[in-house]
Ligand binder design. Structure first.
Ligand code: EPZ
Length: 419
């Protein structure tokens, strides 16, 4: 197995540029499915495992995808395949984002149900309920979703029990080609939702209220070629900022607006970091001590669940006892036993972690349980005395472009080994 070998105890100092957001690139790439004989051109696309999987999925459906130096062009023919390739869909949960656009554009889709993972069962019942409200006939059998519609989907008034990011994105894309207008109540408000809305606007879809819980999409019967940029990755930015503080150093992340991660920055400051905010960059500096804070992960603009493991790592060496409540996923605390191998003192009660800060942690061998937990384990290894190893790196490659190069450029001592 490939592992990272991390020699800890060195502060991180310096500047890194933020990549394009994985969670913006994936839905935006899926929106190209809505085009017929047109093309979607994107820049600032991060070179990640999941992005390459989505590109391969689009190619298997019949699109042409070119991708070099962050620039991507997706050329879509008149006809696309509607039967999605199970091998790729099972590899990436975000494949569920093709359900809405493919059903709207082909009138028919078969999508193997994306499996659950370490952070939860990842159901798509909200997606299915909303597509049914738009006139799709959907059945679930032998582990797949079968969707069909006679003619175009119909605009509908959709209300979500929970502001699901993926469900909001799927319905936005389905509504773009629907007959009539669609309203979404309790829509997700993440910056990645606004990015998708801007891409759809570029294709000729009038959209109102994106970034707020109430959205309206005016369906069109033809969408045109468009060009757009992928927004910066606020979670990658938060990861490097925590890295600077947990290691006793000072890190600047460039190419990110502070507003995109306001809730996370507020907690970083509460924990004792010294922040410097500029329109297009953020600097976080260790300022002599770390204090316990309480966090509850919430839908945007609340504290992002994708930054939860990284902040748990930081708080594990703060003075005092912190509490983190995971309010989004039903089991996103699986990384705690791995963290505790380094001497952290974290206890889990249902969806709450109680973190008793310790003065120092020792290097240990850890195995990533999901993408963000893997990144957090790397940060623990950098902060710990001695040597650490992190395995199950496939999780990490899915969402962090050149993470070893970026961390080593800040002074980390990380190399890849085979064991
Ligand atoms: C997106 O996942 C992100 N992934 C996740 O990032 C992120 O953690 C999550 O949003 C929350 O912000 C991508 O954008 C590709 P949800 P998604 O639908 O859309 C429940 C990362 O590390 N739910 O907002 O799957 C669900 O189980 C990943 O980059 C239903 O019950 O998240 C969860 O508890 C991890 N039924 C909650 O809602 C549904 O039909 C939020 O899920 C849909 C969701």
């Amino acid at each position: 197995m490939q592992k990272m070998l991390i020699k800890g105890g060195t502060p991180l100092n310096g500047t890194v540029r933020v990549q394009g957001a994985k969670n913006a690139a994936l839905p935006v790439m899926a929106s190209a499915i809505l085009l017929k004989g047109q093309a979607l051109e994107l820049d600032n696309v991060p070179d990640l495992q999941d992005v390459r999987t989505m590109a391969e999925l689009l190619q298997r459906l019949g699109a042409e995808v070119s991708f070099t130096d962050g620039r991507m062009k997706i050329s879509v023919p008149e006809d696309l395949e509607w039967n999605t390739p199970a091998d790729l869909v099972r590899k990436m949960r975000a494949s569920s984002l093709v359900l809405g656009p493919l059903t709207a554009r082909c009138g028919k889709t078969v999508l193997p149900l994306p499996g659950g993972c370490a952070i939860g069962s990842r159901p798509i019942d909200f997606h299915i309920k909303a597509l049914r409200a738009m006139g799709a006939r959907i059945s679930l059998r032998n582990g797949a979703v079968y969707a069909e519609t006679d003619g175009r989907l119909k605009g509908a008034n959709v209300a979500f029990d929970f502001p699901s990011v993926g469900a909001t994105e799927n319905i936005m894309m389905a509504a773009a080609l629907a007959d009539g207008s669609t309203t979404i109540e309790n829509a997700a408000c993440e910056p990645e939702i606004v990015n998708l809305a801007n891409v759809l606007r570029g294709m000729g879809v009038p959209i109102f209220g994106d970034g707020t819980p109430a959205m309206r999409i005016m369906g069109q019967n033809f969408l045109k070629s468009s060009r757009a940029s992928v927004v910066p990755d606020r979670i990658e930015a938060a990861t490097y900022l925590v890295g600077g503080v947990i290691s006793g150093g000072k890190v600047k992340v460039e190419g990110i607006e502070p507003q995109m991660l306001a809730a996370a920055l507020q907690k970083l400051e509460e924990a004792g970091a010294k922040l410097t905010l500029e329109p297009d960059s953020i600097t976080a500096e260790y300022a002599g001590k770390l204090s316990a804070v309480s966090i509850k992960t919430m839908p945007h603009p609340g504290f992002p669940t994708d930054a939860q493991p990284q902040f748990m790592a930081l708080l594990s060496i703060a003075d005092g006892t912190s509490v983190i409540q995971e309010g989004i996923f039903e089991s996103r605390l699986r990384h705690v036993p791995e963290f505790n191998k380094t001497g952290t003192k974290i206890a889990v009660q249902e969806n709450t972690a109680v973190i008793e800060g310790v003065p120092e942690i020792k290097g240990a061998e850890m195995f990533a349980t999901d993408l963000r937990a893997g990144a957090a384990m790397i940060l623990l290894g950098i902060a710990a005395e001695g040597v650490s190893k992190v395995g199950n790196l496939d999780h990490v490659w899915r969402g962090y472009e050149d993470i070893i190069g970026k961390l080593n450029s800040l002074g980390a001592k990380i190399k890849l080994i085979e064991e």
